[in-house]
Ligand binder design. Structure first.
Ligand code: FAD
Length: 462
């Protein structure tokens, strides 16, 4: 007879890793389609530094991610550098305060005034958004999250900003593509929460890197969970069966089915809708989750000394084929003085990324590198390695007017065979929302398993 597992976790990104970590004392199996855990969290070590290709900004104390890092003996490092520098008109502008930006960019008077007005509107709205978040502090976590995720959700961020001169709009559009879609496609609350986190500087809830690189977390989880993890296992179907679930997957050309009391589905919403047998309203809400692509390029350089731009971590790039550039060595050098390499990542999101998806890796790399070297001409002849990733999905964010409540109601029920978790539970995706929804789903599964054990003191496991 086949073994009856306590839970199958489907998807090994931060949501699935967090759920599996919570249930590691039970009979579980984690099925991951890719050849490694981590999902969109990925970096690779290179000597004294690491190359990063996906998520890199980590949440601070009190977060689910930090509690997993503590369990696994990993530590975060501070990012000391500027996170709101701008590359525009052939100049790198990195003011101490974001309020100085309109006076330093090479803009006309009309553009400066428009930027000041839009900036002030966002600042006011960020303050309102924070009060709104704080007001929900006493609500149950899922209700609070639902409320925050629908903040100003009935109009787009572009509508919120109003008509802007082209270059001012381009600046907000490039920043807004951190949500992986355009500012006319994302709810206003998405753009506002993005700016709330970028402008918070050191106080940001995401102001850390992981020492050793983002990939150190999935590698540690995979090693600790051992044989409970199956990579290269693509789940094809998740259906309710005999009060539990039957999960069918393909691995190495062989199709298998495992049975478990419960399933935690931690794949992107659109993949979840494709494989899970759930009520139509839940499936439709999953399909409404909006994803855009990211095209990222990691660059490793030979840099023995700290460069002039060492104090800058993040740059919003105008007039470039990408939207953002990250100087990871800003954090690495602060934590490990004397490193002999530089590590950078740049990415495009939204329509810019969509237009790149069909192009070859060589073409995109050449295009990105040319623009990268315009920003940092001193690095000409110093690039030692590049590696390109086409992330699709890149990130999740709420579309204007989307109603996500059927998924929240479904997954929060006390008795439920198939539960969902992932970054798409928030207005904009990030590793912490993924990991905390994974933890919540796993705790509900544990409560059900414990309750069933009380009802049936000798549950059959075979
Ligand atoms: C370039 C980039 C930069 C980012 N920067 C940040 C950042 O700085 N900070 C931050 O917090 N977030 C960042 N993010 C977002 C963050 O990575 C995601 O929000 C997070 O990884 C989502 O976690 P998840 O577990 O919900 O989904 P994922 O990470 O996508 O994991 C889902 C997993 O499910 C697997 N899967 C899919 N279908 C199946 C199937 N049928 N069967 C089995 N397995 C399946 C996938 O292979 C994947 O491993 C970034 C993302 C990218 C791409």
């Amino acid at each position: 007879m086949t073994e009856l597992l306590d839970a199958v976790i489907i998807g090994g990104g931060p949501a699935g890793m967090s759920a599996a970590w919570e249930l590691r004392d039970r009979r579980i199996r984690l099925l991951e389609a890719g050849d490694r855990l981590g999902g969109r969290m990925h970096s690779e070590p290179r000597g004294d530094v690491w190359m990063n290709f996906g998520a890199h900004l980590f949440p601070g104390p009190g977060s689910r991610i930090q509690s997993m890092l503590a369990d696994l003996g990993l530590r975060t490092i501070e990012i000391p550098g500027n996170k709101f520098a701008v590359w525009s008109d052939g100049r790198l502008v990195a003011p101490r305060s974001v309020a100085m930006m309109p006076f330093l960019l090479d803009f006309s008077l009309r553009e400066r005034i428009a930027l000041c007005i839009a900036g002030l509107r966002i600042m006011r709205e960020v303050a309102r958004f924070k009060r709104f978040q704080a007001q929900g502090a006493t609500l149950p976590v899922t209700e609070r999250r639902q409320k925050v995720a629908s903040y100003r959700g009935n109009r787009s961020f572009e509508q919120f900003l109003g008509r802007l001169p082209a270059r001012v709009r381009a600046l907000f559009a490039a920043s807004g593509r951190r949500a992986s879609v355009e500012i006319d496609e994302q709810g206003a609350g998405v753009g506002i929460s993005l700016f709330a986190s970028v402008w918070a500087g050191k106080a940001s809830s995401m102001a850390l890197n992981l020492d050793g690189g983002t990939g150190a977390l999935p590698r540690a989880v995979e090693a600790a969970l051992g044989s409970a993890v199956s990579c290269g296992a693509t789940v094809l179907r998740v259906v309710g069966a005999d009060g539990g679930v039957a999960v069918t997957f393909e691995r190495g050309g062989v199709v298998e089915t495992v049975h478990a009391r419960r399933a935690v589905v931690a794949v992107p919403a659109t993949a979840a809708a494709a494989v899970c047998d759930v009520p139509e309203a839940v499936r439709s809400a999953l399909l409404e989750v909006q994803y855009g692509p990211f095209v990222s390029l990691g660059v490793l350089t030979d840099e023995k000394d700290a460069p002039d731009w060492n104090d800058i971590y993040a740059i919003t790039a105008l007039d470039a084929p990408f939207d953002m550039v990250f100087n990871h060595t800003n954090a690495i050098r602060a934590a490990r003085p004397g490193v002999r390499h530089g590590s950078y990542m740049m990415y495009a999101g939204g329509r810019q990324a969509k237009s790149l998806l069909g192009r070859s890796e060589e073409e995109i790399t050449a295009l990105y590198l040319a623009a990268f070297l315009r920003i940092f001409p001193a690095l000409r002849d110093k690039v030692v390695e590049t590696k390109l990733f086409k992330w699709s999905p890149g990130n999740a964010c709420r579309a204007v007017g989307a109603d996500f409540s059927p998924v929240v109601d479904h997954t929060g029920r006390a008795v439920q065979a198939i539960r969902f978790c992932g970054d798409y539970f928030a207005e904009i995706g990030n590793m912490e929302i993924a990991a905390s929804t994974g933890l919540e789903a796993a705790r509900l599964v544990r409560a059900e398993l414990d309750a069933n054990r009380k009802d049936d003191p000798c549950p059959s496991s075979e």
